[in-house]
Design a protein around this ligand. Structure first.
Ligand SMILES: [Fe+2]
Length: 244
């Protein structure tokens, strides 16, 4: 008999950094036509990227920069609890042809990243899959859909019984790739794109960011200041320091 009664109170501890979704109101078609004129480089896995890695500066896409930055700053304000501004560093167009996937990866040397969809099948287009790196529990137990076939002497999945998950038990999370939507996420969050099973290209613009410099706290020794110039500090150490 299933026990659904809950007597205890869940006390949340930590959480993986969430993703945030934003919608773009403008027309996508001119941008789709524009990106067709760009030069592409195919990677080993079949995914094609623009040769230009600063596409947010290009004539046909530069109007997106403000939308991207406004979204980054809202994520920073709501999730990171800071008003500190960011700059967009590299940006590029991805073209996932039918049959192509993107393996799991994360974006180094970046604070927050974004992916903006120009074209994808909203229903059956490959979602953006985030992978949970927080290993919450050591053991995995069979779910209601795990059944045993006595005749074949093996386990099988009963697809008619839905499995249930919550944020503590999920190993991955899918976010639909909907044209006109921008997904912002922590650059350290591993993610992948499953095989494009549709007959159309899945097209997106990705970008990385870096906090405006300088930032950090001098007294906490985490200051990042490329403009810092060494000063002639005057030391006033107590005499006993010299006997250690
Ligand atoms: Fe990525």
């Amino acid at each position: 008999m299933e026990n659904t009664e809950r007597r205890g109170e869940i006390l949340p501890l930590f959480s993986a950094a969430p993703a945030m979704g934003f919608s773009y109101d403008g027309d996508l078609d001119p941008m789709v036509e524009y990106i067709k004129t760009l030069e592409y480089q195919q990677e080993v896995n079949g995914n094609a990227k623009t040769v230009d890695r600063y596409v947010h500066k290009l004539e046909g896409l530069k109007h997106l920069e403000k939308f991207f930055l406004d979204s980054i700053h809202e994520y920073a304000r709501v999730v990171c609890l800071t008003e500190h501004e960011a700059t967009i560093q590299q940006s590029w167009v991805n073209v996932n042809c039918p049959g192509v996937e993107q393996p799991s990866h994360w974006h180094s040397n970046s604070w927050l990243s974004g992916v903006f969809y120009l074209a994808s099948d909203s229903q059956s287009g490959s979602p953006l899959t985030f992978h949970n790196y927080m290993k919450n529990f050591a053991y995995h137990f069979s779910s209601p859909s795990d059944k045993f076939d006595k005749e074949k002497n093996r386990f099988y999945k009963d697809e008619t019984i839905p499995d249930t998950y919550n944020p503590y038990t999920s190993s991955s999370c899918d976010i639909a790739s909907i044209p006109g939507n921008l997904i912002i996420f922590s650059s350290l969050q591993p993610h992948s794109v499953a095989i494009n099973e549709t007959k159309k290209n899945r097209i997106s613009i990705s970008f990385n960011t870096f906090p405006k410099v300088p930032f950090g706290n001098d007294t906490q020794l985490n200051r990042v200041d490329p403009f810092y110039e060494s000063k002639n500090w005057t030391f006033s150490l107590c005499d006993y320091w010299w006997f250690v």
